[in-house]
Structure formats: structure tokens, C-alpha cells
Design a protein around this ligand. Sequence first.
Ligand SMILES: Cc1cc2nc3c(=O)[nH]c(=O)nc-3n(C[C@H](O)[C@H](O)[C@H](O)COP(=O)(O)OP(=O)(O)OC[C@H]3O[C@@H](n4cnc5c(N)ncnc54)[C@H](O)[C@@H]3O)c2cc1C
Length: 291
Amino acid sequence: MIEENVSLARHTTIGTGGAARWFARPESVEALQEALRWARDAGARVEVIGLGSNVLVHDDGVDALVLRLAGELAAAEVDGTELVAGGGATNAVCLHRARDAGLAGFEFASAIPGTAGGGVRMNAGAYGREWRDVLVDALVVDADGARTVPVAQLGLAYRRSSLVPGEVVARVRFRLEPGSPEAVKKKVSELLAQRKATQPTNKRTFGSVFKNPSPELGAGRAIEACGLKGHRIGGALISPRHANFIENGGGATSADCIALMTEARRRVHERFGVELEHEVQFLGPLELPPL
Ligand SMILES: Cc1cc2nc3c(=O)[nH]c(=O)nc-3n(C[C@H](O)[C@H](O)[C@H](O)COP(=O)(O)OP(=O)(O)OC[C@H]3O[C@@H](n4cnc5c(N)ncnc54)[C@H](O)[C@@H]3O)c2cc1C
């Protein structure tokens, strides 16, 4: 079923932005294909949203069909040493399924609040591991059909993939390894404690704002060196805890976030001669002014 004018703010972790012109929650590959064909026939652009944990939505909304995978496309099950997950399955669900079945190797994703499909699109990663290290393949669906794409052909690199708009990751296979549930639980607790100590995990954010320009110069460190920690515009502020996060301090708009990003990029460029590239994905006609 295609709904109209659905607010996206509650579908994002930062909690800002306007409405999707059209919105659907397909629960099977067939329903997903039907929605994609509907969009093609209507001439509508297609966007996918996972947990909305790395997206910023335009305050005036998105002139597109926005899909959020549900039902069997958000479930996960274990098959031998493989975890088969719908593109909309949350990392938390995947991790629980794996742990309960005595599979290890997905612990790094415990602090990444996204979905299996969003992780493919972003090649999400933490603590030295990323999606491409555990992924076998992905079922990629567009208006023309579905195809299984091996990990080597997904173009996964630092926070990027070769997926293009209109291509939806409907299912993935992760290859994990045997590991005791107790050991997995212990590792996850350690990683989460590490996170809590360094990042604003109890605030509304969209994760990393910018990609790290290089292993030597992290985006957070560069922004902090410009004295921007705690800098506020409207309802948004650069996190006092970690400068590569923007917090919704109450009543923030996406325009406030863009203004902060613009200021951070300008100041880092002035000081380090580096052009920060945004990691957060824009939905709707958002852009940063040229430097
Ligand atoms: C507190 C916090 C901590 C974070 N820490 C990390 C971290 O350590 N490492 C890291 O890599 N990221 C981190 N992130 C960012 C984010 O969680 C990841 O990028 C995550 O993988 C995004 O998944 P998602 O399902 O929420 O995707 P969304 O944020 O909803 O979407 C991100 C992009 O993926 C696309 N997409 C989503 N689902 C699909 C699909 N099924 N098929 C095709 N495209 C899709 C969207 O269109 C969009 O372009 C963090 C975010 C927060 C809020």
C-alpha cells in the first residue's frame, strides 16, 4: 500500500525533516518489486530508509517514494554458519540471532544502529571490521527484477558502495564463525562501554557527520581543533562529547544541521586545507555550499 505525505522525522535518529510524498513498507520481495514498478510507472524517484541512522531529510520533505522494508524483509535467521537477513533487519536483531545460534564475528556492528541493507549501502564498520568483511552477497532489487550480487561486485569501500538510487538491498548473507554466546555477549558489552565513553550515544544524532579525511586526521579531531565543540545553531549543536556528531538539542531542523556542517567545513578548510566530505546521506534537495 502506498501512503501519501508521511512524516520522515520519526523514521530518522536525528528526528528532523519533512514528509515523504509517498511511503511504503513492503514486507516481501514481491511487494517490493510491485512498489518499485509503481514508482517507475508514476515517474517517481525511489529512496530507501533503514533505521534512518545516517540520513538527513530536507525540511520541506522528499519528492519520492520512500521505502522502509518490513515483515520478512526485516527478519533474520541462521543457516549453518551463515546469517540470512532481510535488508530491513536491524543490526541488533542480526546480532541476537547470531549470538543465540553460537555464531561470532558480527559483534563490531553492535554499536551501529542501522539495518543489514543500510550497512551494505554504507559499507558500515567499526573497530577495524566492516560489512565487506562478513558479507557473502546481497539480493539487489530494482524495477526490472532481482539479482544476487557477490560482495566483490558491490563496490564496497570506506563508507561507500556502488549501489545507485532505485537499487534496494532486500536480503543479505553474512558468513560468520562459531563462537560461544557468552564470549559474544562479553565482547559486545566491552564495545558498547567503549562507545558510551567517547560518543553521545544517549542523544539524537545521525552518527558521523563527515568521513575521516585520512587515518592521521579524523574529522572529529579537526572540527574540535577549530573550537567548534558545543557550537549551536538553532536547535542543533556540535556534540560536546565528539565533534563529528551533531546533536538535536531540541527543536532542531535539518537546515540547522546543514548550517553547522557548512561552518565546520569552512573552518576546517581554512585551518587544515582539507575539504570534508559528508558521510551522512541527504534525502531531498539538500546540499552544502562550495568552499
Ligand atoms: C549513534 C550512532 C553511531 C553510529 N556509529 C557508526 C559506526 O560506528 N560505523 C558506521 O559505519 N556507521 C555508524 N553510524 C551510522 C549508521 O548507523 C550506519 O551508516 C548504518 O549502517 C546506516 O544504516 P541504516 O539502515 O540506518 O541506513 P539509513 O541511515 O536509513 O540510510 C543510509 C543510506 O543507506 C541507504 N539504504 C538504507 N537501507 C537500504 C537498503 N535496504 N537498500 C539500499 N539502500 C539502503 C539509504 O537510502 C541511505 O542512502 C552511527 C549512527 C549513529 C546514530
